[in-house]
Write a protein that binds this ligand. Structure first.
Ligand code: SF4
Ligand code: SF4
Length: 278
């Protein structure tokens, strides 16, 4: 992950020679919005540097953090990165850093139905580009894509799935962790307060088999535990914990009606509140 400002043909070739295979940059809105988030000129510079990475044999990846502030600009961003020749594109949801930022009324908030509408619109755009043989790979990264694909009949529950087995979805506690430069081990770099220990004094194997258990209590997911998609989804607990302080809280953008989940909970209450204006 890096910024575009120091990339030149020479720097890209050197990066490649030193083993850099992929380089991810952010586009967080169309020009005005992105430059407001980052700095003036950043949008154009980022797009202009994509061909330099490609020429050097480095996979150019563009990533967007989606919030209520840029939700309606995502289709335009997709067109721009395709036109610039990005080799991969994906987006992930903004993780609120305080309860206020996670609630309707804050401009960063996205209602579940607005988020679903975004996925539907992007899905169509991705499929149109794929049908044209577009060189950009579209990574449907958010696990709520699985919910949309389930509704659209593109994902079906495997008949031979074993009860209690997790097959996909959120990787916390089952196939990834974060190690910071200070040696702190986190369940996920995006989950607030998810430190499980420190490598300068504790063994990674011990942490993985011990403290990390806090993130494997699949029956504790307040909504997902009642949902047939739990083994393949679980939304994004980083977004849920950012919004609620609870790793196992309902994903604030999950639009699925789940029998057995308390409709009076905060997650469902958010649905009634209009989407934030962009
Ligand atoms: S908490 Fe979210 S970002 Fe972290 S592994 Fe799970 S789904 Fe991915
Ligand atoms: S309830 Fe959980 S598992 Fe089911 S669709 Fe929503 S986020 Fe995914």
């Amino acid at each position: 992950m890096g910024n575009p400002f120091h990339l030149s043909d020479e720097v890209c070739q050197r990066l490649h020679a030193l083993g850099c295979e992929k380089y991810q940059m952010s586009i967080d809105g169309l020009e005005q919005t992105h430059d407001w988030f980052r700095k003036k000129g950043s949008y154009r510079t980022t797009l202009e540097k994509i061909p330099l990475l490609n020429r050097a044999g480095i996979k150019s990846v563009i990533m967007t953090t989606v919030s209520g502030l840029n939700l309606h600009e995502i289709p335009g961003i997709i067109d721009a990165v395709v036109a610039a020749g990005a080799q991969a594109y994906s987006f992930a949801r903004y993780c609120p850093t305080s309860e206020e930022k996670a609630r309707a009324g804050d401009r960063s908030f996205i209602s579940p139905q607005d988020y679903r509408a975004l996925l539907v619109a992007c899905d169509q755009k991705f499929k149109d580009y794929e049908a044209q043989g577009c060189a950009t790979y579209f990574d449907r990264k958010d696990h709520l894509w699985t919910l949309l694909q389930y509704e659209q009949g593109e994902f079906t529950l495997p008949g031979d799935a074993e009860p209690g087995m997790m097959y996909g979805g959120c990787n916390c506690g089952n196939c990834h962790l974060t190690i910071t430069p200070r040696g702190d081990v986190l369940a996920c770099r995006r989950v607030r307060d998810s430190k499980v220990g420190n490598l300068f004094g504790q063994s990674l194997a011990g942490l993985w088999l011990g403290e990390m258990e806090r993130y494997r209590d699949y029956g504790a997911f307040k909504k997902c535990a009642h949902c047939e998609l739990e083994p393949w989804c679980r939304g994004c607990p980083a977004v849920a914990s950012g919004a609620d302080g609870d790793f196992y809280a309902a994903d604030p953008q999950c639009w699925k009606e789940v029998p057995g989940f308390d409709a009076g909970s905060a997650a469902l209450a958010q649905r009634a509140i209009p989407a934030a204006a962009v």
